[in-house]
Ligand binder design. Sequence first.
Ligand code: FAD
Ligand code: NAP
Length: 847
Amino acid sequence: MGSHYDVVVVGAGFAGLYAVHKMRDELGLDVQAFEAAGGVGGTWWWNRYPGARCDFESIHYSYSFSEEIQREWEWSERFAGQPEILAYLEWVADKLDVRRAFRFNTRVTSTTWDDKAARWIICTDDGATCTARFVVSCVGGLSVAKEPEFPGSETFRGELYRTSSWPHEPVDLTGKRVAVIGTGSTGIQVIQEIANEAAELTVFQRTPNFAAPLGNEPVDLAQRRWNAEHHAELRAGSRQHMIGVPYDPPSGPALAATPDERRRIFDKYWDRGGFRLLVSTFSDVIFNQQANETIAEYIRERIRERVKDPATAALLCPTDHPYASKRPPFETGYYEAYNLPHVHLVDVRSAPIEAITPTGVRTSSKSYEFDVIILATGFDVFTRPLLNLGLRGRDGLKLEDRWANGPTSYLGVQIAGFPNLFVINGPKSAVALYNVPLATEDNVNFVAAALARAIADKTATFEATYEAEEAWGRLCEGILNLTVIPHSKGSWYMGENIPGKARAAYFFAGGAPLYRAICAEVAHVGYGGFALDRVSAPIPPMVRLDPAAALLLGSMLARGMKPLDELNLDEVRAVAESLRELQLPGPAMRVETVEAPRARIYIPDRAGPLPVIVFYHGGGWISGSLDLADAPCRRLADENGAMVVSAHYRLAPEHSFPAATDDTFAALSWVWKHVSAYGGDPGRIVIMGESAGANLAAVAAIRARDAGIPLAGQVLIYPPIDPEASTASRTEFADGPFFTRAIGEKMWGAYLGGAELTELAAPSRASSLAGLAPALVLTLELDMSRDEAEDYAGALASAGVPVRLHRFDGLFHGVFNMSAFIPRVREMYASIGEFVATCKEQITEVA
Ligand code: FAD
Ligand code: NAP
């Protein structure tokens, strides 16, 4: 066995260079690195085809970890070409002096875990073997070309090139008959670049793509320097943006805009170039097929404007998949190339390629002759580069077997069963939709911190648990299913570009801010979801989020949401009111306003007398309003055929305890006495509240019992019960998601205003709960008040009160007001509907 190292790094692209620097120079570890290529650069070493360039601006598509690197390097184009990106990575490698850590032209062929010694045995294609405590894979997602599906490449007598292993010496295409197979990002770049060079260019297109303008341009000398000097300003907020580039946020939903507004916004970002067309236009294009069709049709219109021959234009217009369900390509003069008389488009959907022949290409309908064939047919993305490492984990577990049904990982950085193997930009990481250099830095920093921890604690094995991997897989898949991406056909996004490859969620589509927040939480709680020396830490709350709740949280983070406990009173109130934007609109109906006590009465158009719901809004006793409760109350009225009285109460800290409980009880008393005048049935009152409103409802139910006001039921939607409750959920969800223990304590403090804690604030302290109205208690898995609410439900049941308890997994405190974005809030309404129906029945039976 050869030498032993602390860390073996594989790959010398953006990831490998930074990983070596971080592990060797910052952690002081003994690092050996391997690279199959003859030099550094990864993607940019291999993909030297004409026209290769990046499609995030170079000032963004570059490292951010070093002030010096950012200040010293100047980009000559807005979107640099491959030679310049390669030169940059070579310059960085020299600056960091990382080349000497690498053995180039050396491919890792097998990587085997030695459980006894707790280390990896790494074999390379030069016959050497070494061992390492940790392996950090930086093999890239797009580093193994797809195998051609048609036979005969070896028989071709002309020149055959693959874009991903393009020769280093110039290829002269002048005067030649050239074929390009493939119209993905690569094919499009090649085609537009060589259209004027080749004598005849024939493009074999199976699926047309939605290409939008890149907007590249040279950057003059003065601007280059300015950009380098002002890199911090230019990149500010990048990591807060969904895709890691500080583009404008979208203008709200496309479906809410008029056709003219949509056109104006699409035009604006079409002209600005690159990914802006996707991320800066409308918020729903990636989530809603109908909204997506508005942008798809816009692009098709633009294609038809640019391509003169209508038949060719029609062939170039995609109609079988939503925009951005495949990775969007960008172009410069691509469509105009088809107006050249020597450029021909061949549809190989209707007549597939059967073979490469000695003289050219044969499709099912015709043979074509060429001097040069260029294969731009894509990559076996994410999984193949890792599978090629010949990985065998614990007990000889083969990665192939582990991944038979598609890739699994935890956060994209570890695979259960493969201890001490860390993956940068792996499957199910955020990298596919996150500007790669920044995504890479995030991953490397996370891994470096994990290694530092393992080393400091003398931890022999650091590995993801199977449970964490499953939870992460569910989140990735759930989020992806909320987007249009699964409606793509044949995309590498879903593994479908490779025959026989498992269709699965290959990446995390929740965006950079959410991914970063999750990784931060995982580290903060002591590497939750990982097992250190086989002792596993619990999976952190954010990994257990409902996918829609996760996406919503991600978009709040992207909008710079601060933790609630860091906000002042006005800001908390503003946040509470802003939740209205997250609610599904309520149906139109008759609404009466009452001044004393202040209330709104929602009266659905049904034959009366109507059952009555008395509703108290949430907001921690310090915020919230009748407006916040408006849409939910309309919906409750409509769905339950009930009159809903939404009751105002005074807010703390201006009016502390017992103002709110007195107001809510006064409102209930008023309803009991007066609701019949509005068509309500005072014998069928269900009291209901959300959050702090649920606390008030629970207390009002006790006061009603004591005052002899009959109630048909009480619905407590995630009620806080007792500020002094000492429960597991209080500790586990102290940092959220969304609602934190600190804000909870502030709210209780403001409400109580120093008053002694009695049953009028903490209903569980009532001397008896017997004889209370039947209760429905809705709780949320990821809510710090969950356990106290469930304990209260238990106490009610013990006191003989009929109780239904319904816990909703994956949801956090406050979601009742987020119905437009979290579809599962419907289940809460359904649960309420069932309960209210039984309350109605019970009373009817008694009557
Ligand atoms: P890579 O750059 O792929 O490096 C991995 C390295 O690992 C390779 O050099 C490979 O030879 C080596 N390797 C793999 N297996 C082994 C082994 N078994 N033994 C030894 N060495 C091995 N992303 C963007 O965000 N924006 C863009 O504009 C963009 N443009 C792109 C353009 C092209 C043409 C392509 C193909 C990809 C583009 N990407 C873009 C994605 C691109 O892959 C990443 O941005 C980034 O370069 C990946 O860096 P990496 O270090 O993770 O992997
Ligand atoms: P790709 O997007 O997977 O495109 C491959 C193309 O080859 C598709 O048009 C595909 O058609 C076609 N193809 C594959 N097999 C075929 C067959 N048997 N017969 C006919 N056509 C076939 O691959 P890519 O263009 O190399 O791009 C891969 C990724 O690399 C991109 O998505 C992007 O992430 C990155 N990239 C980025 C840039 C950039 O601008 N920065 C440039 C290049 C690459 P179907 O669609 O019908 O399968």
